[in-house]
Design a binder for this molecule. Structure first.
Ligand code: HEC
Ligand code: HEC
Ligand code: HEC
Ligand code: HEC
Length: 477
């Protein structure tokens, strides 16, 4: 993997606001399924003895059967201990199991709820094992898995193997044939985004909603950017052979489609009454966190900490909808789909305005906005993004029209991830030399530092750091 992605790893650890639970050292990882399974059962928790309880789908027709990690991990398949595979690395299991690295996060997903931090959340919420299944396992295990203790396993992302496994072994098979038999086409940015968003944003499936009550019980807030997070868990090589079989992924396209799909997902969930409400309250998950979690200043000096935001015409005192992805999508649209940008802008403002009118108005405005986001997603999925366009998107994010909308922590984090990702894309695409990009790390790190602590976040200081970084990037143009 290239140098820039290594530095991303350090960076993500830096901006994560809530300290991570300490990882248990389990000794050397051996690329043997037997070891993996033994380790999993060692840490199997008391409240969840009923392993396989979510295996209901096993009885569904066999093409959707979920077979478990051991099926993928044979020593001649994806269970090599060194990446000597051709055409694929074949050490994917080992990558997925990496301790203390984001690449291995998915194998630890179930463990996270067993360890003290997860148990504390569960205790505060008063969940029994059925409650854990309903609130946590949709994201911390694979829906339909044989063993929940395997966490987010290969088939969670690549699709239940029942339909494609037998022909997957055969000589001369192609990726397209696997896909035609039910393997999930993760090369397609729209498909990949939907798979990741189910857990890294929230989804419609059972146990796939990280609602405010879960965060209030101590869950880290979820923050996601499709390309950055793909790089962080990369267990494949995009070499010449990959490019031939699948086509090399386009970083800018992945980023832009990821933004559009996140906007769609947010509006779809918001439009469902079951997701949008919690008792007599609206579900707080959808709103800007810090609009409620602010210090109260009501002394004699008139100083209000909220900063005006021209992109969100709502009344003072109402919690604004979290628009982190809308802001990024507008920046991308201005440059790469200018004919749709004005509609998107108008509709996003109409949506914010409608939030103050009533639920009916808000849901109908959400539908219009979702349609435009869908059109943008399709457009971006078919775009290649030139060098010029990529620089222009970065400039647009730092420009007045967009940066005046960066009044919240979440949107600001998105904008730093965008700069990091887009610059990395220019390097990957061979449009900017790696050496000159590396020299900009200091400025990008300063922008990350300005969002390191959500409670110290200051919009104007942040914008200065961001425009400093983009100013230096402009020098590469
Ligand atoms: C919508 C999906 C979703 C749901 C539902 C969910 N989580 Fe998570 N959880 C995540 C994601 C994604 C992360 C990682 C966040 C990141 O690193 O960006 C995470 C992180 C965590 C962590 C921190 C792990 C670490 O290594 O620091 C704990 C603990 C946790 N979740 C426990 C729970 C518990 C307990 C529940 C149920 C009450 C739950 N989660 C429900 C998606 C979810
Ligand atoms: C969190 C989702 C996720 C999980 C879990 C996951 N993968 Fe992947 N995997 C991806 C994505 C995304 C790609 C890139 C798209 C592609 O090449 O198909 C990929 C690519 C691959 C490739 C393609 C390599 C190539 O050169 O064509 C293989 C093989 C693979 N994964 C095997 C595995 C195995 C085995 C496991 C379990 C041990 C696993 N993956 C777990 C998401 C995942
Ligand atoms: C079924 C739910 C699920 C799906 C689908 C999923 N993830 Fe995750 N992911 C998680 C959970 C839960 C964690 C946190 C695990 C932990 O920290 O213990 C996580 C962690 C990660 C991390 C590590 C983050 C960090 O801060 O260390 C990355 C990177 C990541 N996922 C990328 C992806 C990508 C890319 C996709 C789509 C190809 C994807 N995930 C799909 C549930 C999921
Ligand atoms: C509409 C207002 C509102 C929004 C928006 C909101 N919260 Fe809250 N939050 C509350 C309320 C009310 C409580 C409960 C406070 C109490 O128990 O005293 C709370 C409690 C919390 C707590 C527990 C605090 C403690 O010390 O007990 C955390 C953590 C939290 N919220 C995180 C978030 C995150 C993360 C977001 C954004 C995704 C968010 N909140 C958005 C109103 C809000």
């Amino acid at each position: 993997m290239q140098g820039t992605s290594l530095s991303k790893r350090g960076i993500v650890a830096a901006w994560r606001s809530i300290p991570r639970a300490a990882t248990i050292a389990v000794g050397a990882c051996v690329a043997m399924v037997a070891t993996a399974l033994a380790a999993a059962s060692l840490i199997a928790p008391a409240p969840l003895r009923a392993e396989g309880g979510s295996a209901g789908s096993m009885t569904e027709h066999s093409s959707r059967a979920h077979l478990g990690v051991s099926t993928c991990a044979g020593s001649t398949c994806h269970g090599h201990s060194v990446p000597d595979g051709n055409p694929v690395r074949q050490d994917e299991l080992l990558q997925w199991q990496q301790e203390a690295s984001p690449t291995g996060a998915h194998s630890r997903a179930y463990r996270a709820i067993v360890e003290p931090r997860g148990q504390a959340i569960i205790r505060r919420m008063g969940l029994d094992s059925a409650g854990i299944r309903n609130e946590c396992l949709g994201c911390h295990a694979s829906p339909g898995a044989v063993k929940v203790s395997e966490g987010v396993d290969c088939e969670t992302c690549h699709g239940a193997a029942g339909g494609w496994i037998s022909s997957h072994y055969t000589v001369g098979k192609t990726y397209r044939r696997d896909v035609s038999q039910g393997m999930t086409d993760l090369v397609n940015p729209k498909t990949r985004a939907k798979v990741c968003l189910d857990c890294h944003f929230s989804g419609e499936g059972q146990g796939q909603f990280v609602k405010h009550r879960i965060m209030a019980a101590g869950h880290p807030r979820v923050s996601f950017e499709l390309d950055l997070f793909s790089t962080l868990q990369q267990h494949w090589n995009e070499d010449a052979d990959y490019a031939q079989r699948k086509s090399k992924s386009n970083t800018m396209r992945m980023w832009a489609v990821g933004q559009a799909e996140a906007v769609k997902r947010s509006l779809e969930l918001f439009s469902q009454p079951a997701r949008a409400n919690d008792g007599v309250f609206p579900e707080f998950y959808f709103y800007d966190c810090h609009s409620c979690h602010r210090r109260i200043i009501d002394g004699e000096q008139d100083s209000v900490s909220a900063v005006p935001n021209p992109g969100r015409p709502i009344q003072t005192g109402m919690p604004p909808y979290n628009d982190e992805n809308m802001i990024m999508l507008l920046a991308a649209a201005r440059v790469a789909a200018p004919d749709l940008a004005a509609t998107f802008d108008t509709r996003s403002k109409a949506f914010h305005r409608a939030m103050g009118e009533g639920r009916g108005a808000a849901v109908s405005a959400a539908q219009g906005l979702r349609q435009t986001a869908e059109a943008l997603s399709d457009r971006f999925a078919a775009s290649s993004f030139t060098r010029e366009q990529t620089f222009k998107i970065m400039d647009t994010i730092a420009g007045d029209a967009i940066s005046s909308r960066l009044t919240d922590y979440e949107g600001s984090v998105q904008s730093v991830m965008a700069i990091d990702t887009l610059l990395n894309g220019l390097v990957n695409q061979g449009m900017v030399p790696q050496g000159s990009a590396a020299g900009l790390r200091v400025q990008i790190n300063q922008a990350y530092a300005a969002v390191r602590d959500p409670n110290q976040y200051k919009p104007f200081a942040f914008r200065r750091a961001l425009s400093g970084a983009i100013g230096s990037i402009r020098g590469l143009r």
